[in-house]
Design a protein around this ligand. Structure first.
Ligand code: PMP
Length: 296
């Protein structure tokens, strides 16, 4: 699904066949989740393939590494260049790109002995599908921001996301919605939450969530569309009285939510602000302007 005999990936300064690349069973990342990653999308546009918000994603990767003290030997510009070469070598136009910074052999809980950088890419459809989602409020809360750096995209944090997703699916739902450790609405296992009430958009404030790059894009688009947006702390009771809601993330893009637990949002998706923003997002990612592009 992710690679075939021809696929090439970037690994520590070289392009290597995916079938020839391997990793160490004594890696600190494998045992302790001590690594950082990104999820980026490239889109085919009229003037070539555009890696959407490449700079923002690689800045976040460097920030994640800095927060968890994993030294990374490349700059944002170098990582962007490797990514373009990777897409070109694999002849990919619409693609999902997965950079991973991982640590070498070290079975102790100390500084990494060595650090590797891998970038892979593959074709990937909408991560949460195209249908409206039925969500379950998770019994797991997002990790406490004083236990780890919640704003960093760190491998180990995703056990929380996997547990929440599995719980939702095992109970017949499409996806989970997690509260923060204070009981306020937080985010999905891999996406940020927005909702609409009386024509105003709301989204949980930063502090207990991953600062999504799609979330930031949606906020920009909402401003362009002159929509009123409020960021704050909201409760589940608030959500159970709103008109409509959606998730957004690089992999999921903008996807409507049908219901939370047993509550079905009354406004039809077609008439929602979410739908407007979904269309605006779909247009924005296919625009070659203001982003570094790779022309094939
Ligand atoms: N929250 C979590 C927990 C995520 O894993 C993601 C996906 N990276 C997001 C939100 C959305 O972030 P982005 O829009 O930057 O992909």
């Amino acid at each position: 699904m992710y690679f075939n005999d021809q696929t090439v990936l970037f690994l520590d300064g070289k392009f290597t066949k995916a079938t020839h690349a391997n990793t160490d069973l004594y890696s600190q990342t494998l045992h302790y989740g001590y690594g950082a990653f990104e999820g980026i999308r490239a889109y085919k546009t009229e003037s070539g393939t555009v890696v959407f918000k490449a700079k923002e994603h690689y800045e976040r990767l460097l920030k994640s590494c800095e927060l968890v003290k994993i030294p990374i030997p490349y700059s944002v510009e170098e990582l962007m260049e490797f990514t373009h070469q990777l897409l070109e070598k694999n002849n990919l136009q619409d693609a999902y790109i997965r950079p991973l910074v991982y640590c070498g052999q070290n079975m102790s809980l100390s500084a990494p002995s060595s650090v590797s950088v891998m970038i892979a890419a593959w074709e990937w459809g909408a991560y949460l599908g195209d249908n409206l989602l039925r969500l379950k409020i998770s019994s797991y809360c997002r990790p406490h921001p004083k236990s780890l750096h919640i704003e960093a995209k760190v491998c180990g944090h995703y056990v929380n996301s996997i547990l929440a997703t599995r719980e939702a699916k095992d109970n017949g739902f499409d996806e989970a919605l997690l509260l923060d450790c204070e009981g306020f609405l937080a985010e999905g296992p891999g996406a940020n939450l927005f909702f609409e009430k009386d024509g105003v958009l709301f989204t949980p404030q930063l502090g207990h969530i991953l600062p999504g790059i799609t979330r930031a894009t949606v906020l920009e688009l909402a401003e362009e569309l002159n929509l009123k947006v409020q960021q704050g702390q909201f409760s589940l009771d608030d959500l159970l009285q709103v008109d409509s809601a959606f998730y957004c993330g690089t992999a999921a893009e903008v996807v409507g939510i049908k219901s939370v637990n047993e509550y079905q949002f009354p406004l039809s998706w077609e008439k929602s602000l979410g739908k407007k923003l979904q269309e605006a997002y779909s247009k924005a990612v296919r625009q070659p302007l203001n982003v570094l592009k790779a022309e094939f």
